[in-house]
Each structure stands twice: as structure tokens, then as C-alpha cells.
Design a protein around this ligand. Structure first.
Ligand code: SF4
Length: 136
């Protein structure tokens, strides 16, 4: 059993295709939608956790690619400006997944674990220093 967390981007034309249903029914994959953005006429995005047999995941991802779905890792959608961090730790209080860590460096700046982040952007709202930037 393997788990992948990816951001899927759909063109406005492909947004109505039942791709997530087909991943479940044809490839027997378990899907967990962690975040979604769908607006008429715009590119749609899904943050998806995909679990299943290694071979099935590969086949499922090949199927998505054949449907024109772009797949990118979570870390592609955020940046952390370490130089701006002054250590208020307000972000720790609001992060629902404990995705924010302190770097093991002497200056203890914050960082984000991409395998835990659900791109909710709550840390952006509370950071007075604009340390985090998201582009989901
Ligand atoms: S966006 Fe920020 S608050 Fe939300 S899960 Fe990621 S690190 Fe935590």
C-alpha cells in the first residue's frame, strides 16, 4: 500500500469529466480530497491523497495524464520566506495538521512539511511577517 499526495489541475473543459470516480471504480484507489477549487470557466484544482497498490497508482496516474490532468507535488504551491520569520509562532496555533516545524538550525526559523500541509492557508492569515505564500 502506497499513498501519494498531489495537486491535480483540470482545464475548464475537463472539469465535468468524472475522473475521481473512475480512479476509484477502474483502478480501485482510495481517494481523500483535502482541498478543492472549482469555478466555472477557470482551471480547477484538487489536493488529493491517493492510496492503493503501487501498480494501480501508477496506472491511475497514467490515466490522469492521458486525460490532460496536470499533477504536481504540494510543495510547488507554497513558499516560505525564512528571512522574514521573527518567531511569533502564531502559525503553530492555527495549523490543523501540525505541518509547521522549526528548522533544526540555530536561528530556529519555521518551515512547512509538504507531506502534512493541506494548503488551507490559515498560517497566512495569522502571520504578521508574510512568511508564507500560497498559489493554490
Ligand atoms: S497551509 Fe499553513 S496552516 Fe494550513 S496546513 Fe499548511 S502549513 Fe498548516
Amino acid at each position: 500500500m502506497r499513498t501519494e499526495r498531489l495537486v491535480l489541475s483540470f482545464s475548464p473543459e475537463s472539469i465535468r469529466k468524472p475522473v475521481t470516480y473512475l480512479l476509484v471504480s477502474n483502478y480501485k484507489l482510495r481517494l481523500n480530497i483535502l482541498r478543492a477549487k472549482v469555478k466555472p470557466g477557470e482551471e480547477g484544482r484538487l489536493l488529493l491523497e491517493i492510496s492503493g497498490d503501487e501498480e494501480r497508482i501508477r496506472e491511475g496516474l497514467d490515466y490522469l495524464a492521458s486525460m490532460g490532468v496536470r499533477m504536481e507535488p504540494v510543495e510547488r504551491f507554497f513558499t516560505v520566506n525564512h528571512a522574514r520569520c521573527v518567531g511569533t509562532k502564531e502559525c503553530f496555533k492555527v495549523c490543523p495538521t501540525n505541518a509547521i516545524i522549526l528548522e533544526p538550525s540555530p536561528d530556529k526559523k519555521v518551515d512547512i512539511l509538504p507531506e502534512e500541509c493541506i494548503l488551507c492557508e490559515k498560517c497566512v492569515d495569522v502571520c504578521p511577517q508574510q512568511v508564507f505564500n500560497f498559489s493554490f
